[in-house]
Design a protein around this ligand. Structure first.
Ligand code: C5P
Length: 293
């Protein structure tokens, strides 16, 4: 039997870099938000070991792929007589700050537990395995609107913001997360670590709270990558109420107060961008839509 899961993307509505940790990672305070852009991850218990087929995007289908590594780690932890066959249909742009690979890894771990009825695998253990694969993975077990602290991997659910339309625009440029963090560290080496003010995100938070949020990596990434700057500026000029870099980029997210047509926006953007118009997702919608019926 083959089961297909939706593996949703995330954006960062807020991202603060608080300092360097002894493990070489950065201490973050970030707010994640699920969006309805998704990859499809199909799982089947069959064959031997891990077999991965990636549809589209010419991605590796071996241990360089996080979905593969997630399945291998699951089988190491909970060995099986049979193997796992994974088919991954990609729609989330790679290296775009949308957490595609991390989301796929979480879908594989979560899906394998469902399929194997692996009762011995607790939620905490799944999250722990996910964390060892990447700092963004734990968020995808929670979804909706959530606070990430530590490396961004300690997740606290926040009250969901009402679902709303969101635009995601990914320029055709690869941004390396590791090098963005490295350069940010060099640039801010002689500055005080940001004084962690209160994050105003109460029980009755509405979208107004996002106006008072920011992304510490945005100035650096928009100044280093003209492609990102062009997209960012085009979204502002098109009248977006809010434009923000997601994670370390390259994707810019935007909200428009009024209606804007795809064609109108596309005419303002560089031609080689990927444009997605979708919706933010609440935690309950993420759970409800997780399995493709
Ligand atoms: O955990 P992940 O592999 O997604 O992170 C990619 C890179 O981004 C890390 O190797 C690290 O250089 C940088 N990073 C960081 N601090 C974080 C998250 C990521 O320095 N909190």
């Amino acid at each position: 039997m083959r089961t297909t899961y939706r593996s949703f993307a995330k954006v960062n509505l807020h991202l603060e870099v608080l300092g360097l940790r002894p493990d070489g990672y950065h201490e973050l305070r970030t707010v994640f938000q699920s969006v309805d852009l998704c990859d499809l991850v199909s799982l089947e218990i069959a064959g031997r070991g891990v077999q991965l087929e990636v549809v589209d995007q010419g991605l590796p289908s071996d241990g360089r792929n996080l979905a593969y590594r997630a399945a291998a780690l699951f089988l190491e932890t909970w060995p099986l007589a049979d193997g796992v066959r994974i088919t991954l249909e990609k729609h989330i742009p790679m290296g775009g700050g949308l957490g595609g690979g991390s989301s796929n890894a979480a879908s594989v771990l979560h899906g394998l537990r469902d399929l194997l009825d692996a009762k011995q695998a607790s939620d905490g253990q799944l999250v722990q395995l996910g964390r060892s694969l990447g700092a963004d993975v734990p968020f995808f077990f929670t979804g909706g609107t959530a606070l990430g602290s530590g490396r961004g991997d300690e997740i606290t659910a926040l009250p969901d913001l009402p679902e709303r339309q969101i635009w995601l625009v990914t320029p055709a440029v690869e941004v390396s997360t590791a090098s963005v963090f490295r350069e940010y560290r060099e640039l801010t080496a002689d500055q005080e670590v940001s004084s962690m003010g209160p994050l105003v995100w109460g029980e009755d938070a509405d979208w107004g709270v996002v106006d008072g949020s920011w992304n510490d990596l945005e100035t650096l990434v928009t100044s280093r990558f003209p492609e990102v700057r062009r997209v960012y500026n085009a979204l502002v000029e098109a009248g977006a109420g809010l434009v923000r870099l997601s994670g370390s980029g390259a994707t810019c997210l935007a909200f428009f107060e009024g209606a804007i047509e795809n064609a109108e926006l596309a005419s303002r953007l560089p031609s080689n961008c990927r444009v997605f118009r979708g919706r933010t997702l609440s935690r309950s919608m993420v759970q409800r839509l997780r399995v493709v019926q």
